[in-house]
Design a protein around this ligand. Structure first.
Ligand code: 4AZ
Length: 857
């Protein structure tokens, strides 16, 4: 019986080492032999007999030892052949400089004989170089030359090595050095061939383009004064190929630089496993230290995707691993002169300056210095209004890559507006961009100020910002460093003294929000220890929470339990289609089937936007195209945009009832007065592609709407023709009547309304992030005006708010599954963005049943 068959993998192939051991036969032989001896010897010599044959345990021990020895040998052989001698294929991408030859146009064409000749020399030079380096020579296999560019000539190549496992680190170390081919080459082919700055970097083997694989490889040269356009294969009608390795080598004329812009970008989302990725390099070979940007996912058209090169070449690679269907990208590039001077001498009392090509991404490998000089006896203050210098691989807290340096301090990363000032009339700003990864950069303004009184008649924040004296010690951090709220004596009649000594308005105490920062304003208001605070304020023993009984009387103790079970129906519980009610709060469309009939996950094709990536707000609160696909603009005949609305199905909108009240002889209540624009982004581009125009079949304001109090400020509008959903037109989810939007939750308000009180409407759809305010606080801020159909949402220090023209528009709230739900409808407010006067919104859950009754949605 064969019991040992060991398969060993070695560097020289596989061989089979069978150890044939017939254990049963061995045992039989030995044991039988022993017994035979006993049997056939004379009985009087029995002691001798026992001595002659080995004992049974000795035989077993020998066998065990034998097996241990064999196993150890086998283990050693497996290790030796499988791991110690196993080889790793390593590919490095690099470039080198040929210093004594001039670039000719034929080198751009990889099929030309000139290219082939020069590539041959480069490969020979690399072979020669590697063989002279002990850590590389023995493992070198081959190289390929992928391109040439000017300077004198730069050759781009890849080199392959076959490295034993235990030598990998040494090879990596050896290749990471910069080499010069200094020895006179023995090869005749390399006579008088001078090579300098040979650099190479480890490469993802997937990015290597061998001469055999050029099916998706493109080479484009910019023409003077022209823009060159290119796209991924099949764009936009068919998705780019699955498992593709595409590259675009972009060139300009010698001494010029390139500007590349992606006008449309949609590849698979940037997830961790096997995503598709587009890389842009500031060179013609895909090496990480020269990467300008890594892109994946979807970018809305308003996002600035312009990148500048530092020389006359750029490389774009597309690696796709998924088989998902995405259209890819559309891009354009052109050549332009190299910036001769970056920075400058700025004079005068005020002015602005920014990183090169702002708001496009600044180029890699650039340094700029601005010397700012304001009139004598004045000091300078610089306000960085936009600041994006984000780099991957930056060592936290060091600014070791791209940075801005002012007054000896380095700034990097992404920063909200900040001020830096000088104590003289001069200040120097240095900007450094290293060889890899670039960003939008900064936009700054400088101002001169009187050093003895930097903020005449105002309070000076430690950051240098000037704020009104009335904002000092008012509970709001108006200075970003809180300096206006430090060292205050609180007014006992109107303010609460926090444990950390901040002063906060008394009516913020016990509002469910941690206003002090140390929570001291919320400590004395909760129920006693080990009790639960019901939504109606009642305190019940903690043990009664989630015990399947409505101990609060309003169901709130059973509304947010980890496991879901059925409970008696109340106004706070979600009712499945089958009629049973759930203990879980907000279960609808959260991606989990909670009702046994699945009704909580039905009709959930809503609340998802088309673009996975939200742009940063640059210079304002502009939305991205398609960011709020349920937002509708309502135009009244001859008046333009008047109100907003939200799409809830292909035929129904929700808006505010007060938009449809007849006024000044205009019959706003009549459907014929109105035109609805869906998929609209910019009011000046109403005939843009994707925008749909509809009239109304009917307008249904809530019958209980009160024109004086604005109670029940809701209306539903039926379109005269259904709309088809698209990337810019989609419905928002409607929350169930039991759905809660708790105090403190952040919600988005959107609209084309006035951008300041008494100002004018916006062209581009605006967005603002605001917070739900506790109902008691809301009632105390707007006494005798708030009904149970209303909620306050905003920031009590003002700043972000809805305004005239936003009415009827949505309050969009991101819920559990990432879907957006219509939390409210913009209704009214005392002015706009005023302190302690938040905007008031119609509560949608409270009026959910009415919407269902009128629309069937
Ligand atoms: C309006 O007139 C309006 N600040 C809407 C909201 C707010 C104020 C006015 C809230 O449509």
């Amino acid at each position: 019986m064969v019991i040992g068959g060991i398969l060993i993998a070695g560097a020289n192939g596989l061989f089979l080492a069978f150890i044939f051991l017939d254990l049963s036969a061995a045992l039989d032989t030995n044991i039988n032999g022993f017994e035979e001896g006993v049997e056939f010897l004379p009985a009087n010599n029995s002691r001798k007999v026992e001595k002659r044959g080995p004992k049974r345990w000795v035989v077993l021990l020998a066998l065990v030892l034998f097996f241990i020895l064999i196993s150890l040998m086998v283990g050693f052989l497996v290790w030796h052949f499988n791991y110690k001698n196993a080889r790793v294929q390593k590919i490095f991408n690099g470039y080198l400089r040929i210093t004594n030859e001039n670039f000719i146009d034929a080198y751009e064409n990889s099929n030309s004989t000139e290219f082939a000749n020069l590539a041959g020399k480069v490969k020979e030079a690399l072979r020669f170089l590697y063989h002279g380096i002990p850590a590389l020579g023995p493992f070198y296999k081959e190289s390929g030359v992928t391109a040439f560019s000017e300077g004198s000539i730069i050759a781009y190549y890849w080199s392959e090595f076959s490295v034993p496992q235990d030598m990998v680190e040494e090879v990596d170390r050896a290749i990471s050095k910069e080499y010069v081919l200094s020895l006179p080459p023995r090869s005749r082919a390399l006579q008088s061939f001078n090579v300098a700055s040979v650099v190479a970097f480890p490469t993802d083997a997937r990015t290597v383009q061998t001469s055999r694989d050029n099916s998706c490889s493109f080479s484009l040269h910019a023409r003077a004064g022209e823009v060159t356009r290119f796209t991924t294969p099949g764009f936009p009608d068919s998705p780019y190929p699955a498992r593709a390795r595409c590259q675009w080598a972009l060139r300009g004329d010698a001494d010029l630089v390139l500007s590349l812009t992606f006008q449309s970008f949609d590849v698979a989302a940037c997830d961790d496993d096997g995503n598709d990725v587009v890389m842009v390099y500031d060179t013609l070979t895909p090496v990480e230290p020269r990467a300008v940007v890594q892109l994946c996912g979807v970018y809305p058209p308003s996002y600035n995707l312009t990148f500048l090169s530092s020389q006359n070449v750029m490389l774009i690679t597309l690696i796709t691993n998924t088989v998902r269907r995405h259209p890819g990208f559309k891009a354009e590039f052109f050549q332009l002169s190299k910036m001769t001077e970056c920075g400058g001498h700025l004079t005068g009392a005020q002015g602005t300056f920014n990183t090169p090509y702002y708001p496009g991404h600044y180029p890699p490998n650039i340094d700029c210095t601005w010397v700012i000089e304001v009139p004598r006896n004045q000091n300078v203050k610089i306000r960085f209004k936009i600041f994006y210098l984000v780099e991957p691989h930056q060592i936290v807290g060091t600014c070791n890559k791209d940075y801005v340096e002012v007054n000896g301090e380095k700034y990097c990363g992404e920063k909200p507006q900040f001020v830096v000032s000088s104590s003289t009339n001069k200040i120097t700003v240095r900007f450094h961009s290293d060889e890899s990864y670039t960003d939008t950069g900064f936009f700054a303004e400088y101002l001169s100020y009187d050093s003895s009184d930097p903020c005449p008649g105002m309070f000076t924040c430690k950051t240098g910002r000037c704020i009104s004296n009335s904002l000092r010690c008012d509970g709001w951090a108006d200075c970003t460093d809180f300096s206006d709220e430090l060292h205050c004596v609180c007014n006992a009649t109107s303010q609460f003294t926090c444990k950390n000594k901040f002063c906060k308005p008394l009516f913020w105490v016990c509002d469910g929000l941690n206003d002090c920062g140390d929570n001291s304003d919320e400590l004395q208001c909760s129920c006693p220890d080990q009790t639960f605070k019901c939504r109606n304020g009642k305190c019940i023993p903690e043990s009664q929470k989630c015990d399947k009984k409505d101990n609060c009387g309003d169901g709130s103790d059973e509304a947010e339990c980890d496991s879901v079970w059925t409970v008696p129906c109340t106004q706070h519980t979600y009712k499945c289609q089958s009629g049973v009610c759930l203990s879980k709060g907000n279960p609808e469309c959260d991606g989990q089937k909670d009702c046994s009939d699945g009704s909580d996950e039905k009709n959930c094709d809503c609340g998802i936007r088309s673009f996975s990536r939200q742009s940063r707000i640059v210079g304002g609160q502009n939305s991205d195209e398609g960011e709020w696909p349920w937002q509708v603009s309502l135009h009244a005949e001859g008046q333009g945009h008047i109100c907003g609305a939200s799409l809830i199905s292909s035929t129904w909108l929700v808006s505010a009832a007060h938009c449809f009240v007849d006024e000044l002889g205009i019959r706003y209540s009549q459907p014929s007065v109105w035109t609805a624009y869906l998929g609209l982004h910019d009011q000046s581009k109403r005939s843009a592609r994707g925008v749909e125009e509809r009239g109304f079949k009917q307008i249904i304001p809530h019958a209980a709407f009160n024109d004086y109090t604005f109670d029940y400020d809701i209306a539903v509008l039926e379109l005269d023709e259904p709309v088809e959903f698209s990337s810019v037109i989609r419905p928002i989810c409607l929350p169930d009547s039991s759905h809660t939007f708790p105090a403190g939750k952040t919600i988005w308000v959107t609209g084309w309304g006035h951008t300041k009180e008494g100002g004018s409407g916006a062209l581009v759809l605006q967005k603002g992030e605001i917070r739900v305010i506790n109902q008691t606080t809301c009632e105390s801020l707007l006494p005798n005006q708030v009904t149970p159909r209303m909620m306050c949402v905003g920031f009590l220090n003002g700043g972000v708010d809805a305004c005239q023209g936003d009415s009827g528009g949505p309050l969009s709230s991101v819920e559990n599954d990432g879907r957006m739900f219509l939390a409210g409808v913009v209704s009214w407010g005392e002015g706009c963005a005023r302190r302690n006067k938040p905007g008031v919104y119609t509560r949608v859950p409270t009026l959910r049943d009415w919407i269902k009754e009128k629309t069937g949605v």
